[in-house]
Design a protein. Structure first.
Length: 493
């Protein structure tokens, strides 16, 4: 497949970054913004505690299982068309959810959000990848985009608290309509279309069914482990089925004429290291958003808005590290140095959080480790995302970008299930040892257990990334322009 394009003006490229950044923020924050609204939604729509998880799970199941399909559709249909469809669909689904008169319709709307989010997230990254091909501009753009990807969850907590307290839980969904409308106008004006020449590749239907079923089983299995435990037959049945389907998918991709995910994309050592780094960082990060939120609200008595505001210093450090890393440090030292350093800082911050107790203060004990972890994520995410899409032929940019989102989603699912289970076990063990009167202390002990395991995730990530990333000069380098970008900059579809 070949495409013709003309160079984009510098101003137009940066306006494109604003548009795709808005779309990415909307998708990322939607994973957490609804969490704070759940108690209000439950009271309004009268659903049970057992049903409540489906408001979150419906989104993650659809999103996680369809990401690779969404990325490949952007390669086949064109980036701009897929981006616009994703924005419109996400806005409609959000409006349906906001107006939902029943639990069933709210769950359906959340699943529909996940479907269109799976089109939108990889397409946004693919647009960025094919628009910014000049190394210095690419570094700046990925610094911004990586900061949004890393900070979106914390922004969702803050926004969710403000909207729920100041307005109504439904505005946690309606806000997407406003964001999507602004991004849609920007997409129509600033994201260019380019004509396609040559034969159009076919969609790999068997591969799509195998990987979508496999990812569905993987996300569902880990989600079910949170509620029913690891001894549940459904949990292990889903995870075993997922393993079979994913192995079959890999075998099929090796022989398919038009593979959904060409295996050379993930076999590249640097890209494989980047995907693993994103997955491990995603797993570790859930120890922050989930358990620090519990600690602030249940132990220190913070309101939802205060909890969201408590994460602002972390976001500030994340943005600072993202810009410092992608503009100065990664081009000089490469991801082999920067990503392990970020992982080590993340592990240190998690260990620091284990010292929190009922008498800890925010300024003296909570904020410093949060800032350290924010700096760690700002070091890990942009460098990994940039490496994961570097040097990929533009006809595969969508599916390569989808692998970034898939890695983050799978990592988050694994992290949430494991850390929740380990924390619950730690709390139960503490109560057995100290008696039922020690409920408050058992909660703090459970958070500490989650932080220790989160530190372990980051420590493994430090070792894996140090071993797998190539040294500068060995293959594609972030300090050099990709070979395929030597001509005029390529416009997004």
């Amino acid at each position: 497949m070949s495409e013709t394009s003309t160079p984009a003006t510098d101003g137009r490229r940066w306006l494109t970054l604003i548009v795709v950044g808005l779309a990415q923020l909307m998708v990322v924050l939607d994973a957490t913004v609804v969490n704070i609204a759940l108690p209000s939604a439950q009271a309004d729509l009268d659903f049970s505690d057992g049903q409540r998880q489906w408001i979150v799970t419906a989104y993650s199941l659809a999103f996680g299982s369809l990401l690779l399909l969404g990325g490949r559709l952007s390669d086949l249909m064109g980036r701009k068309r897929t981006f616009v469809i994703g924005l419109i669909g996400f806005a409609i689904a959000s409006a349906l959810g906001g107006a939902a008169p029943s639990f069933e319709l709210l769950v359906a709307a959340r699943a529909l959000q996940g479907v269109f989010g799976a089109m939108l997230a990889p397409t946004a990254l693919a647009v960025l990848t094919t628009t910014f091909t000049i190394p210095k501009e690419r570094a700046r753009a990925f610094g911004v985009f990586g900061a949004i990807a890393g900070a979106g969850g914390a922004v969702g907590l803050l926004l969710g608290g403000v909207l729920t307290e100041a307005f109504d839980w439904r505005w946690n969904l309606y806000i997407n309509v406003a964001i999507a409308a602004v991004a849609l106008v920007g997409a129509v004006i600033y994201v260019p279309s380019i004509s396609r020449s040559g034969p159009r590749p076919k969609l790999d239907i068997p591969g799509t069914l195998l990987v979508s079923g496999g990812l569905f089983g993987l996300v569902y299995g880990f989600s079910n482990a949170e509620t029913d435990g690891w001894d549940s037959p459904l949990t292990w049945g889903m995870l075993a089925g997922a393993a079979v389907l994913l192995v079959a998918f890999v075998l099929w991709q090796a022989r398919a004429g038009h593979p959904l995910l060409p295996l050379f994309i993930v076999r590249d050592r640097n890209r494989g290291a980047a995907y693993l780094s994103v997955m491990i960082a995603g797993a570790g990060m859930f120890g922050i958003f989930l358990f620090v939120t519990y600690y602030l609200q249940l132990t220190l008595g913070y309101s939802p808005i205060q909890t969201g505001l408590a994460f602002l210093p972390m976001i500030g450090m994340l943005v600072l590290a993202a810009q410092l890393g992608t503009n100065l440090l990664v081009p000089r030292f490469g991801p082999k140095v920067l990503v392990p350093i970020g992982m080590t800082l993340g592990a240190s911050g998690m260990v620091w959080l284990t010292f929190l107790d009922a008498s800890s203060t925010y300024a003296g004990h909570v904020m410093p480790p949060l800032m350290l972890i924010g700096f760690a994520m700002g070091t890990i995410m942009p460098a990994s995302m940039q490496t994961a899409t570097l040097g990929v032929d533009r006809q595969f940019a969508g599916v390569a970008s989808a692998m970034v989102n898939t890695s983050q989603q799978v990592g988050g699912s694994i992290g949430t299930a494991l850390l929740n289970t380990l924390a619950a076990t730690a709390a139960a063990d503490y109560l057995v040892e100290h008696g039922p009167a020690a409920v408050g202390d058992s909660m703090i002990a459970s958070y500490a257990a989650a932080y220790w395991w989160g530190a372990g995730f980051f420590a493994v990530g430090a070792v894996v990334s140090a071993l797998l990333f190539r040294r500068r000069g060995q293959g594609a380098s972030l300090s050099q322009e990709p070979a395929e970008a030597g001509a005029a900059p390529v416009l997004a579809h």
